[in-house]
Design a protein around this ligand. Structure first.
Ligand SMILES: CC/C=C/CC(=O)SCCNC(=O)CCNC(=O)[C@H](O)C(C)(C)COP(=O)(O)OP(=O)(O)OC[C@H]1O[C@@H](n2cnc3c(N)ncnc32)[C@H](O)[C@@H]1OP(=O)(O)O
Length: 710
């Protein structure tokens, strides 16, 4: 786990060996502890170089160990202190990553040499933690309080060049890092080390310290959306700035104690693994990530250059593909060309054409025209004729039937959905949707392309709305029902924002455009002139229906783009939402017209109705085999719908709330609203509760048992 050998006559070279990222699990900590002791007592050794096996210094503590109540083996703090106290110089040779505990380890060394491609950082905040093994106390002493706080709070990876400028690295080199570190170690043998022990150093003084930390705390509170870890980062760094090292370490220990087993830390760490779980996809046919090979993709075409098409073009070009961007409307094409060039800052290989024929030779097509089945069908038919044999045909539809599009083509096995999220070049999520006839190779190719674009890709089955939008529907529906019953958009949004969403459901709808859902509802036959005539306004297919969104669109209120929606904006395209007296009036009249009496609605009811309805649909998605695991659903929600990471995604949140409580809540609301089927607890949830509410990683056993009975 920590290899020890003496090189160059006097240098103990200690190499951490724990692939793939040399995480500091118990055996590694033990190995390091023993190796340092050995170097200390080895009379031949006059200096030490610490490195990581296989080009990675160290990815930090082993996150898989965190569930254990008491971690086995020596504690990191103990190992690092032993290293810092060594009377022989210790040099960290940093290749690849030094993250979290890996950077704390490097900070306990007396010198740090990095490869020019190395990256260092403290990503703990993303795991609901902060650098709690001395990092919060040593880093400010090395690079000063402002730089340290920025690195700790953002969790960002710092490139070697910047780290050198900050003084975090002593030297950056392009050659073999270990060789350079050994040469350097020999050059400092016997030299005094006191100033290189960060625990001995005071923090560089900071003017207006109180004001600095007050401002930092204010900023963090406004951005953290209820997450505790960022606040703790500020408290710990303040400790470094104001306390002697040993007192700062005590504060750090106390703060870490409050976070380590917290619900937020567990949720954030669950998200770390859920993000990676999508890569191990499988299909109901048994096809899997490790048995299917992706086709090589070098060229792609994007059809339709609205907002989504432009973002997709940028994402593909940034992944190194040569892209043909096709848009039949000339003015839109010219505008898109300007926008894409701006986003790519002159880089990328993109050509533009008004003609579908330009897609003839590409390896893959992403269709991104607006949500109209008839238009999409026509395009798929044309593409099937125009493109060379073997071209993968994908669609960015957010709800429509992939299999229907596949049936318009010669090779339905080559058709899959690639559902991007706006803005497509920024949002991390990609839903890869397979239909009953999509080939495993097509799925493997889309998943591989997602990885190249840096996306969190999740393979899902074909149904209306797939996973994300299918679950969103009951959530939106509940929000509208709550307005009918007496809530305001402000009340509903405040509850959801307090929960941790960056914006509530009504602000989100205004941003994405109310007309998008209106078009989908027309397509589904829920609204439109031919549909509403002679039907009660608030019932569709014998279920409760809220026409509020349709009425808003009929008034021309599409959201931000028209300057008004659920809120008022200062101009079309304005961003700042203000309460709209018109809407209050409109809701009052609507309620009066339909004999609805407004009642007081609590934030708790808002949360339970909106979130439990969404979660309930998540269980149905699992039950139907549309998502392979709760982890996949949670990754979709965290990376595509801004579900707060510190709440772990909807399915993990349900497990934290308690499945029995979610079931009880749904039963309660369904009794009150029997005409809302989305509130009726689904059978998988009932079965899970009946099976004693197993932990989330055991749900699949109940799902399997459940499916075999269908
Ligand atoms: C006292 C408590 C103190 C805590 C301090 C800490 O150190 S907390 C941990 C801080 N470190 C991190 O947060 C780093 C997490 N890892 C990463 O960001 C990335 O893995 C990477 C190091 C940048 C490498 O990225 P890359 O894309 O190359 O690989 P993967 O992310 O796919 O990872 C490969 C597999 O390794 C697993 N893994 C990575 N880091 C850890 C870790 N610290 N502990 C345990 N396991 C880790 C990862 O899950 C992958 O395995 P899968 O089986 O595919 O999931």
């Amino acid at each position: 786990m920590a290899q020890y050998r003496v090189v160059s006559g006097s240098v103990a070279l200690i190499t951490i060996q724990n692939p793939p990222v040399n995480a500091l699990r118990a055996a590694v900590r033990e190995g390091l502890f023993n190796a340092i002791k050995r170097a200390s007592s080895d009379p031949q050794v006059r200096s030490v170089v610490l490195s990581g096996h296989n080009g990675t210094f160290c990815g930090g503590a082993d996150i898989k160990e965190f569930g254990n109540v008491s971690l086995p083996g020596p504690h990191l703090v103990e190992v690092f202190q032993l290293m810092e106290d060594l009377v022989k110089p210790v040099v960290a040779a940093i290749e690849g990553f030094a993250l979290g505990g890996g950077l704390e380890l490097a900070l306990a060394c007396h010198y740090r040499i990095g490869h020019s491609k190395a990256r260092v950082g403290f990503p703990e905040v993303n795991l609901g933690l902060f650098p709690g093994a001395g990092g919060s106390q040593r880093l400010p002493r090395l690079v000063g309080v402002p730089a340290a706080l920025d690195i700790i709070i953002t969790g960002r990876h710092v490139a070697a060049g910047e780290a050198l400028k900050l003084g975090l690295l002593d030297k950056v080199i392009d050659q073999n890092t270990v060789d350079a570190a050994v040469t350097f170690a020999k050059s400092v043998e016997g030299k005094p080390l006191d100033n290189h022990r960060l625990g001995n150093r005071p923090c560089p003084p900071l003017e207006n310290m109180d004001a600095f930390f007050e401002e930092a705390m204010k900023r963090v509170h406004s951005r953290a959306r209820g997450a505790v870890a960022p606040i703790t980062c500020v408290q710990a760094v303040r400790g470094a700035a104001t306390l002697p090292f040993h007192k700062g370490m005590e504060l750090e220990k106390m703060l870490l104690g409050t976070l380590f087993n917290s619900a937020q830390a567990q949720a954030s760490q669950y998200c770390f693994f859920a993000e990676r779980a999508g890569a191990r996809w499988s299909m109901p046919s048994g096809a899997r990530w490790d048995t299917c090979k992706a086709k090589p993709i070098g060229t792609a075409a994007v059809i339709g250059l609205g907002t989504m098409g432009r973002g997709i073009t940028v994402a593909l070009a940034r992944a190194g593909l040569s892209v043909v961007a096709v848009e039949t409307q000339e003015h839109q094409l010219a505008e898109a060309q300007r926008a894409v060039s701006r986003m790519l800052k002159g880089g990328g290989r993109v050509s533009y054409s008004p003609d579908l024929q330009a897609a003839a030779e590409v390896d893959l097509v992403v269709e991104a025209v607006f949500e109209d089945m008839a238009i999409k069908e026509k395009i798929f038919k044309q593409l099937s004729e125009v493109c060379k044999p073997g071209t993968l045909l994908t669609t960015n539809t957010s709800t429509l039937d992939i299999d229907r599009l596949a049936s318009c083509t010669r090779d339905p096995q080559l058709v899959v959905g690639m559902h991007f999220f706006a803005p497509a070049h920024i949002m991390r999520l990609l839903e890869v949707v397979y239909g009953p006839r999509s080939s495993p190779e097509a799925v493997a190719t889309a998943m591989q392309l997602g990885k190249r674009m840096g996306k969190v890709s999740v393979a899902v089955g074909n149904c209306t709305g797939f996973v994300g939008n299918r679950m969103l529907k009951p959530y939106l529906e509940q929000a509208n029902f709550l307005l009918e019953e007496g809530a305001t958009p402000e009340l509903v949004d405040a509850a959801l924002e307090e929960f941790g969403f960056p914006m509530g459901v009504f602000k989100m709808s205004d941003l994405s455009g109310l007309d998008v859902g209106w078009r989908v509802r027309k397509e589904e036959g829920l609204t439109g002139p031919g549909v509403t005539a002679g039907q009660p306004m608030r019932i569709r297919h014998s279920r409760r229906y809220s026409p509020l969104g349709d009425l808003m669109c009929e008034e021309g209120r599409y959201g931000q783009k028209t300057g008004s929606g659920w809120y008022l904006y200062d101009k079309p395209g304005g961003r700042v939402a203000r309460s709209d007296p018109w809407l209050r009036n409109f809701l009052e009249q609507y309620r009066a017209r339909h004999g609805l009496v407004a009642r007081r609605i609590s934030q708790q009811e808002v949360l339970e109705r909106c979130l439990y309805a969404l979660i309930n649909e998540g269980f149905r998605v699992l039950e139907d085999g549309i998502a392979a695991s709760p982890q996949n659903i949670d990754a979709i929600y965290v990376f595509g719908y801004s579900w707060p990471k510190h709440r772990g995604g909807p399915m993990f949140y349900a497990s934290q709330v308690g499945l029995a409580r979610v079931l009880e809540g749904l039963n309660h609301y369904h009794q009150a609203h029997p005409d809302v089927p989305h509130l009726e607890p689904c059978s998988l949830l009932r079965r899970l509760v009946a099976s004693g509410s197993p932990p989330i990683d055991k749900w699949s056993e109940v799902v399997k048992g459940h499916r075999s009975q269908l």
